[in-house]
Design a protein. Sequence first.
Length: 239
Amino acid sequence: MASKKKLTHIAIIMDGNGRWAQKRGLRRIDGHRAGSQTVKKIAKECIKSGVKFLTLYAFSTENWRRPKSEVNGLMKMLSEFIRTEKEEFIKNGIRLLVSGETDKLPDYLQKDISGMIKESENNTRLVINIALNYGSRNEIINAVKNIASDVKKNKLSLKNINDDVFKKYLYNGDILPDPDLLIRTSGELRISNFLLWQIAYTELYFTKTPWPDFSPAHLRKAIDTFYKRNRRFGGLKNK
């Protein structure tokens, strides 16, 4: 039987920007710019489809290993995107969140992020959560450290630690539900240290389409696939 649970949260590994650009004789940063336009299209389609949460993997803790010129260009592009799209986000009722170690980002980008988070905090139509300087193993380790600290300070009892409590120590864990659907573009078949705790029962969808070419039609196809699946959550098949 197809899934009866409403699709509330989609997470996307936006892969393929650089390869898309190289195939066209463009700079890798041009691929990232094309990908930023895809973000706008997919956000609008999520609103049309009734999706309430969209998490986008924008920059991992491992991405610092890329050439410095590309990293600097990407940081400036993210800053520019936030500033130029702020008015449109607010008008469309979109709330911005960021998950990751933001204190290690450039100061100007931190300022843009904090400003946008503050200005959009009351919006409820769609929450866009950007995974930025994000690594799931780091997220889990930091959660464990903070739990241990609170236990030591007698703010938390060991016997009260469960899934729900642990989740609140993750990035934006008190706001974001676990993803129902995880999409990875550009043909790679791995998770790449993304939301390892949160995707325990998430449906996975892989496509060879690179992120700059990922259209609203591609998203609708992924959503249709989700609703055709039988989600048992460890139980028996629905009758």
